[in-house]
Design a protein around this ligand. Structure first.
Ligand code: ADP
Length: 191
């Protein structure tokens, strides 16, 4: 099962991806996690990415495309994967199509978790307060920028994947078990 997870920050992509990781025994590839690991390791890439991420802006397409392409070649992706946080721009979506074609594979579905903007701000501010391990980009002002960036650059991917017949949309604002049931239903029809 080769999946892309689409949805704004706080829509529950991480939570639902974890459930699918168990169900399908495939890895979750979160570009946010990969970039945060590079920041923590203070690698040249991490040093460059940190300021961009702290503002809630997007790291350049070429950097993220290269990270994902390398990661897809690792052995644990042989039976599938869940891309979480990638692609985030139309250019990344085109790059993904090209790299998958080159690797001789294709996406099975793109799962969109739909969510309401105001509810997302409340959810993420809460998550940051409760976890105690707040991310630098989880304060309200940066969060609003992340949501603006999502609406402007990433939301158009829904139409892109709909036109390819790959899009499956689910209401991400329901209870976790309700969402995961809806996800299972739409994916059951895929494979
Ligand atoms: P969110 O919870 O907001 O969806 P992520 O953990 O996916 O956040 O990503 C955090 C940050 O990492 C983004 O705001 C962005 O700066 C950077 N990032 C993650 N994925 C990408 C990507 N595909 N392209 C560009 N930047 C990315």
């Amino acid at each position: 099962m080769r999946l892309v997870f689409l949805g704004p920050p706080g829509a529950g992509k991480g939570t639902q991806a974890e459930i699918l990781v168990q169900r399908y025994s495939i890895p979750q590839l979160s570009t946010g996690d990969m970039l945060r690991a590079a920041v923590a390791a203070k690698s040249p890439l991490g040093l460059k990415a940190k300021q961009i991420m702290d503002r809630g802006d997007l790291v350049s397409d070429s950097v993220v495309d290269a990270i994902v392409s390398q990661r897809l070649d690792e052995a644990d992706c042989a039976n599938g994967f869940i891309l979480d946080g990638y692609p985030r721009t139309l250019a990344q979506a085109e790059a993904l199509q090209a790299m998958l074609a080159e690797k001789g594979i294709a996406l099975d579905a793109v799962l969109e978790l739909q969510a309401d903007r105001d509810a997302l701000v409340a959810r993420i501010v809460n998550r940051a307060a409760q976890s105690g391990t707040a991310r630098a980009d989880d304060n309200e002002e940066v969060l609003r920028n992340r949501l603006d960036v999502y609406n402007e650059l990433t939301a158009p991917l829904a139409a892109y994947y709909r036109s390819k017949g790959l899009l499956r949309s689910v209401d991400g604002m329901a209870r976790i078990d309700t969402v995961s049931k809806a996800v299972a239903d739409v994916l059951g029809a895929v494979k």
